[in-house]
Design a protein around this ligand. Sequence first.
Ligand SMILES: Cc1cc2nc3c(=O)[nH]c(=O)nc-3n(C[C@H](O)[C@H](O)[C@H](O)COP(=O)(O)OP(=O)(O)OC[C@H]3O[C@@H](n4cnc5c(N)ncnc54)[C@H](O)[C@@H]3O)c2cc1C
Length: 414
Amino acid sequence: MTVTADHALAAVDFDTYLRMIAAFTDDELIPGEPEMVTSGGVPDEIVQRMAELGLFGISVPRAYGGLGWTMEQQVLLTFEFTRASCVYRSRFSTVIGLCSQAILDHGTEEQRREMLPAMAAGRRVTSFALTEPEAGSDATNVQTVARRVGDGWVLDGTKRYITNAHWADTLIVFARTEGSPAEAPEISAFVVDTTLPGVSTRIPDLMNGHAEGPVAEIDLESVAVPGDRLLGSTPGTGLAAAMRGINHARLHVAATCVGQANRMLEETTRHVTERHQFGAPLADLGVVQAELGRCYAEMEAGRALALDAARAFDGGTVPRQRISAAKLYCSEMVGRVADRCVQLLGGEGIVGPHPVPRMWRDVRTLRIYEGASAVHERNLGRAMVRSVAAEGVLPDSYRVRDASSDEPRGGRTT
Ligand SMILES: Cc1cc2nc3c(=O)[nH]c(=O)nc-3n(C[C@H](O)[C@H](O)[C@H](O)COP(=O)(O)OP(=O)(O)OC[C@H]3O[C@@H](n4cnc5c(N)ncnc54)[C@H](O)[C@@H]3O)c2cc1C
């Protein structure tokens, strides 16, 4: 199927759109990988095509110029476009996953109308600037300070590891109000245009993986931000905005892991079928078949987990613990799959331009961002202890509820 830029996307049904994105992946993204690697970044023409195809707006409601696909549909789309390098996805991930959701959930109606249509069209690239040198897994330890000056704010601080920040038009910056108590800081989110005096970004000298989509460090030096650039109208609601949007982003990451595993397994299965040793294809060896089969089963488990959490999400509740479990499992799964695929490629897994070793390096980061694996494990364990103590059942329990009381059947009664 040929993808054309003049598609009236708003009139396209989901199945047709999914086929368009699958075709874009096969015809443009995957064949474009060598050029992306050589040039060291996602080429502008590809970014333009992503914008034309509506990829910056898949999660943005139609009322604000996006395509408004459900979470299940977003996950299905992600399975497709992440068969190509996950660096392509990162080019629009901060718009669809984190920033647009924070604006939707916590922005004023004026902020939504101003920003979301341009973001959905790919004309306004946004970055989510939360992490700092002293605030990684512990996001509440943000040291960037927001000082009230007249009707506005002045921001000072440093952010690091921020995806797309070097070419972003706008940053969503998280900062603590100057003078708020260290034990319970008032953290707010600010919409900061990168053209404002005092904003500077730089990319690191070396990326070990995800090399074509480098993160950036951001310096904010006495950046004067008008009062209406506070996200929402109440200072101190910033972290809540961040955490709500992170659920979307985590599900997108879980789906990304599945897409990457799928591609690596197709590439590797092809390799072991064509590569002969001991007078026969490697694929004839029982141990090789078993390795492939194990990977396939794990990928399918991850796929089911991501889809199940997405469906629960579309059902009206945000199943935070199940989303966390999906992100944890899928990112660990793709790490195991990548490692086994590299092993099955032998020397080609280390030497030369095969896509699998590049993806092996790229997917390593998926166990670190959107919550490191150990943090998800800890949070899940804590949520289980709390939930069983309070209700007698696990968090986000699938167990049948009593129609009369909405209590889980057989739950704690004392
Ligand atoms: C490619 C990439 C893109 C990124 N993009 C963004 C972005 O767009 N915006 C943004 O704000 N941030 C971004 N980040 C930052 C990312 O969210 C952080 O790297 C992540 O939260 C971990 O923080 P840290 O690197 O400071 O590691 P640390 O917090 O120092 O943690 C290091 C390790 O310590 C262990 N650990 C830490 N805390 C605990 C705990 N409580 N329990 C058990 N173990 C623990 C874990 O094993 C963890 O991996 C990105 C990072 C990368 C690598």
